[in-house]
Design a protein around this ligand. Structure first.
Ligand code: TXA
Ligand code: MG
Length: 316
């Protein structure tokens, strides 16, 4: 494990590592990603190995711009409209893969579709420019555990691994990207709620249907046990036991508990999203019996935050 501030020298070293088939943990505006050259099947396999994933989920391919995305996937008018509105940013689009794309098969788990994203974080963009490779990157955490929003979280998760971590500070969005399925001509499907709200997407391209049972199979990252801390999570609490850790929101901060955090004292859902994983990490301490979470309101990023909390709660 080699954690370095993401300066020009570290980014150049990271680009060389990626070109040789190595792995690099990089900051994005959503969460830290565990990146490899998406055209190199062995390098992509090393991602699954390091994460200890029980099966090969398709991974998101990160690119510098729309033109690069079009070399790998077929972006229809809806995809181009969304790219124009939300790229660079926390939106991933699943589209038909181009036959001539050099991406390895493993990155899309053998599917004829591919998930593409143009990230906004300056370090991610600098690394994409320096290595000139499409980068496969799932969240940089051991499979099934909380997503990392700081370099320290990545280091905790992968203690002794042979990994260069570019430290670009805490992630500003703090939730994974929204995943939208545009791979068929039927209405767009929301495969994962995330950093861009479903309302904002619908405002651009009309109706978006929520993830259904079929979509859950198509998006294996939606497994209920994703994002689980070590301790049980209790949702929608109104009272707290003395041996529990408390996660509050706005004015709703129940007294008691061994340790507590407030996702956003002012009740701002964006601030709450940015704090969610970091605070779950902080509360997931030895000695507590559970993490007790107050109700999170709907609207905007509320559904995405509640989705992550529900998964954290069912992971035990
Ligand atoms: O914010 C993010 O999206 C982060 C950062 C690092 O970019 N990445 C991330 O990747 O969360 P990952 O691998 O943990 O999640 C990828 C999601 C999963 O839900 C996966 O099933 C879905 O995208 N996905 C990827 N390719 C797909 C495909 N071809 N069809 C359907 N779903 C796909
Ligand atoms: Mg993940």
């Amino acid at each position: 494990m080699d954690v370095r501030p993401a300066d020009d020298a570290a980014i150049a070293t990271a680009a060389q590592r990626l070109a040789r088939g190595g792995l690099v943990a990089l900051p994005t505006e959503t969460v830290y990603g565990l990146a490899a050259d998406a055209t190199n099947g062995r390098a992509v396999a090393a991602i699954f190995e390091m994460k200890g994933r029980p099966h090969f989920n398709p991974l998101i391919v990160h690119l510098p711009d729309v033109a690069a995305a079009q070399r790998h996937g077929q972006l229809d008018h809806r995809a181009l409209t969304l790219a124009n509105a939300f790229w660079p940013g926390p939106l991933t689009m699943v589209v038909k893969r181009r036959a001539e794309s050099p991406l390895c098969d493993l990155v899309s788990a053998g599917l004829d579709t591919v998930a593409l994203r143009v990230p906004a974080h300056p370090v991610a963009r600098a690394l994409l420019a320096a290595c000139a490779l499409p980068l496969a990157a799932p969240s940089a955490n051991p499979s099934g555990y909380l997503s990392p929003t700081t370099a320290a979280h990545v280091a905790e998760g992968f203690g002794e691994a042979d990994l260069l971590v570019l430290d670009g500070g805490p992630c500003t969005v703090g939730l994974e990207s929204t995943v939208v399925d545009l791979s068929s001509h039927s209405v767009a499907g929301l495969l994962r709620a995330g950093g861009v709200s479903a309302e904002a997407i619908a405002a651009c391209i009309g109706a978006v249907i929520p993830a259904d049972a079929g979509a859950a199979i198509r998006a294996p990252g939606m497994l209920p046990s994703h994002y689980a801390p070590h301790h049980p999570v209790r949702l929608d609490v109104t009272t707290v036991r003395p041996d529990e850790a408390v996660l509050g929101f706005g004015a709703n901060m129940p007294p008691g508990g061994a340790i507590s955090r407030n996702l956003s004292p002012s009740g701002d859902l964006r601030e709450a999203a940015a704090n969610l994983f970091a605070m779950l990490h902080e509360l997931d301490q030895p000695g507590i019996t559970a993490i007790a979470v107050v109700p999170i309101p709907g609207g905007g990023l509320g559904p995405a935050i509640r989705d992550r909390l529900a998964r954290a709660a069912t992971g035990h």
